[in-house]
Design a protein around this ligand. Structure first.
Ligand code: GAR
Length: 198
């Protein structure tokens, strides 16, 4: 059976990007392209090592948010993905993009807690007893789309920001690929995806 296509958006280290490529590419789906807004993102080399096409769209080269988003949408559409996966993509998008793609995002907190770009630090510092991650549909509201799957862990007494971050990353590397597989199989409602990933 022909593999479904996914496009991955990333901005930095690309550990989720690499993890998806290693676990799913040519096995569960085809990673048609990886797109980044940062020319120096470490993930670029990780994707290229696996012969994944990387598109760099440097947001600093665009005069407005709309101009960047127009180019991003055009690039995504060029690859005709069945699903767009935002994995550490640190750029706020306008409805020009979010209303016109089918996309999920991984976020390092138990949404709706700690939306935005500083979620790991904020949830580590908070009085919450648990940390966790969410995979959610992308909507025009930042980190506000419907949650598809979540996973959590208890904070230890001697938890450091480093150990907390490592636990988050471990959960992301497990839950994000699992969720992608379920969505590509056509498991469409969040309740159904939850049944498979819990
Ligand atoms: C991940 O922890 C992801 O959840 C987070 O950025 C990290 C990227 O790591 N995303 C956000 O905070 C989005 N608001 P990676 O580049 O190693 O995959």
């Amino acid at each position: 059976m022909k593999h479904k296509n996914i496009v991955i958006l990333f901005s930095g280290e690309g550990s989720n990007l690499l993890n998806i490529i290693e676990k799913l590419h040519q096995k569960e789906c085809h990673v048609t392209a990886a797109i980044t807004n940062r020319p120096l993102a470490k993930g670029i080399e990780k994707a290229q090592r696996h012969n994944i096409k990387v598109e760099v769209i440097d947001h600093k080269e665009y005069s407005s948010r709309d101009a960047f988003d127009t180019q991003l949408l055009e690039t995504i559409n060029h690859y005709q993905p069945d699903l767009v996966v935002m994995a550490g993509f640190m750029r706020i998008l306008t409805p020009l993009v979010t209303d016109n793609i089918r996309a999920i995002n991984v976020h390092p907190s138990l949404l709706p807690l700690f939306k935005g770009g500083n979620a790991i630090f904020e949830s580590f510092k908070s009085s919450e007893k648990q940390g966790g991650i969410s995979v959610h549909w992308v909507s025009s509201e930042l980190d506000g789309g419907e949650v598809i799957a979540q996973n959590s862990f208890d904070k230890e007494e001697d938890e450091t920001l480093e150990s907390f971050t490592t636990k988050i990353q471990k959960l992301e590397h497990q839950l994000l690929p699992e969720t992608i597989v379920q969505i590509l199989k056509g498991v469409s409602t969040s309740e159904e995806v939850r049944e498979f990933t819990e």
